[in-house]
Structure formats: structure tokens, C-alpha cells
Design a binder for this molecule. Sequence first.
Ligand code: FES
Ligand SMILES: [Fe+2]
Length: 461
Amino acid sequence: MDLISARPGPSVQEVLAADVNPAPALMLTESPAAGQSTADLPIERYFSKEWHDRQVEQVWRRCWQLACRVEEIPNVGDHIIYEIVHDSLIVVRTGPDEIRAYINSCLHRGTLLRTEGGCVQRLRCPFHGWTWKLDGALVHVPQQWDLPHVDQAAMSLPEARVGTWGGYVFVNFDLQCEPLSTYLENLPEHFAAFDMENRYKAAHVAKIMPCNWKLAMEAFVEAYHVAIAHPQVLGYYGDSNTQYDVWPGIRHVSRMISVQGVPSPSMKGIPAERTIEEMRRDVPFFAGRPIEVGEGETARAKLAQRSREKIARSTQLDMSALSDTESLDLIEYMLFPNMVPWGGQALPITYRFRPNGDDPESSIMEIMFLFSKSPDGSHPTPATMTMLSADQKWADAPELGSAAMVADQDTDNLMRIQKGLRTSRKPGVTLARYQESRIRHFHATLDDYMNASPVHVRTTR
Ligand code: FES
Ligand SMILES: [Fe+2]
């Protein structure tokens, strides 16, 4: 039996086909995973320190990863610090059209050159004052009479590779890595409709999570758990009819689409007014004021129209042609290893998941909202990151709105999953064939990287 014939309807494709403003062409396609294993997934990868250490070498020092947004470093000298396990990079704008990433370590005795972002025209070590220009050249060594043996010309700061796409800045420690453009595979083509360049970071919240970074990410790339973990959304959210796409030959990218403004298939038969009522209660963004559904109209079409009007007001952009799906739905992609960007305008989230330093059993999860820029430049400056501790709740960051409650429900479960895996006597986790096919796909790619031979110089040092 094929993977999707038993899935409850209406399918995402059936919902999109009935929309008033049609969806972008690539959303009108479906590619269920083919030929995936159904074997259990060994659990050491979620807590073993040996696995974690090998992951540093095989994944974090080889793969392209999201560092920041372009709009966070608009002026020459603007920089952020990107940290992953033990590695630290200064990601700095070195020219109007150039961003570079330097290993954040002084070439004298190793001090971190910068501990936080900002704007500087020189990188000066706080210990003895060795100083580099933004182009990486060493320009000043105090009391040089004592260091005649140091060849300053050979003391430029080591770099990582930098690439940009869609207003995102990516870095890769591996100087021999494949170009970002091929690493991204079909992602740019799929995001062509979503214009991510012209977004800005309206909110950015990070939180220490009580679990391995992979467990955190996995909880946000399937909707199988929604009916039990987030029952409050079932009146307006299509969970069990969510579409999952894994394309042949594509290793780094997968997708899911969940439709909103229609009830879950398990709540079939509920009236349109109820869908709207539930959304108004739970997601004020879509239905803050009452909406009437007239004869021949649908709750989804009404909600999409309401959403378009709201987005148009806040962005000063003409949203009249925005598709219903971009106005309402969860259009979620994953880019291996740890970035989960959403398309559309309704829920313009980007997630990032990283290990929490050297601890395989905790992680840092980030939620960013990327709203469209106003054409006149009147949108706010990019948000700085709010950092929540392990003890705080996502709801302590009011800028997240109703997304916080959902993330808190998941966080409670993730604590249980991490602890449960440690006490489990079953050596592997079992995955659903379709609804967890993106998790399976992620792990197949992860295994490829973990098992690859370290053939070339991985880092600059
Ligand atoms: S450690 Fe940086 S100048 Fe001495
Ligand atoms: Fe969830």
C-alpha cells in the first residue's frame, strides 16, 4: 500500500485546490518519501558523549549552518558571534557587499577576540592588544621589539567560509566544502515565492531545552503528536492530513504543509463558526474580530482574507494577491542539519537548534519571526535575542504570542523524552512511515555525514 492512500482527508492538495487565491506552483506538488527503512533508530545518538564528539567533527565542522540574518549586520564593522559547541566565529561585515567569518581566537595566546556582537573597525585583543583589520590582516603588535620572530604578514586571522541566501548568512568551517548554492539543493527554488530577502527579524527568542538538539528539532517537524500534545488547535488545524515531502536525491531539504482554517480530520463535521471561534480564541492574529461566514463561503477563505488585510496593514504592502496558503498555513522546510525555515507570511518562523555547548543532553532552541519589510523602510530594526534559561518558559517571552504555549507544551514532553530514553531498555525508537518520514530522512543524511571518511582538512587550524 502506498504511503498516503490511508491518510485521512481532505488532503492538503485538495484544500489548496479549492482556495480563492491560488498557492505557489511548487506547493501544488506532493512527494511522499519512497523506499525508506522502517528499522528502529538507535538511541545512543541522543545522549552519548562519543556520538556528540564525533558529530562535532563530522557535522558541525563540515556542514553549512545558519549564523545570522544579513540585516543584523548592515554596516561595515557590524558583527555577531556565532558559537557551536567549542567553536566560535566572528561574523563581520567587511565591506558593503562582503561578510567574512573569523575564528574567534587571538593568534598570540588564544584569547577570544570578541565575546559579543557590536560594531568595530579593528579587532583588538583585550589581553595584550594585538590588533587585526577587518580584512583579517594583523596590523599592530604592542612592544614589537620583543617579538621580532613573529611574521606579521603570516598572522592573518583564520577564516571559515561564508555564504548568503534569502537574507540569511551561513557559515561553514570546512574550507573544502561544497558551495552553499549546491548544498541548498531545491530550497531556493521552493522559496522563490516567499521573498525572504525582504524580511526582517521581528522577534528572536532562545531557550535552553532539556534534551538533545535533535530531539528538540524532531518535535517541530511532524504533526503526529499534535492531537495529543496540542489538542487546543484541532478546531482549526489540519494535523493528521499534514503533507510531508521528501524528494528523490535531495539530502538536506524536506517539507511539511499543515493547513489552517479547516478543522482536523478527526473533528470532521464541526461548523465553520466553530473553526473561526477557535482561531479567534487561540490565534488572535487571524481572527481578532468576529467574522461572518455567509452562504457559499468558507471559514478558510474568510480567515485568509482577514490575514491578508492584517499583513497588509502591518507591512504597508499590497497583499491582495497573497495566496490563501501563504496567509494561513504552516509551510515548513528543514535544511540539514539544524535550520527549519517556514515559508509564507502567516507564521513566518525560522527555528534553529544547536547543542548547548558540550552537553549532549541539553540544547539551545531559537524561534525567530521574519516579517516582511515595509517598502519605505519604516519597519523596526531587527530584534535582539532574548535568552531564556532552562527554568523559564517560552511564555516568559511575550513577543512569541500564541507560539509560546505550543512550544511550552513540547518542552515539557521533550524533558520526558530525554529522560525516558536514558531509562529505556529498547535499543531504538520506532518511527511512523509517513508522518515521521522527515525524521527518518534527517537521520539518513546524518548517518551519511557521520560515516563519511574525514578526507580533507576540516577547519582552518
Ligand atoms: S592573547 Fe591576544 S594579545 Fe595576547
Ligand atoms: Fe508540538
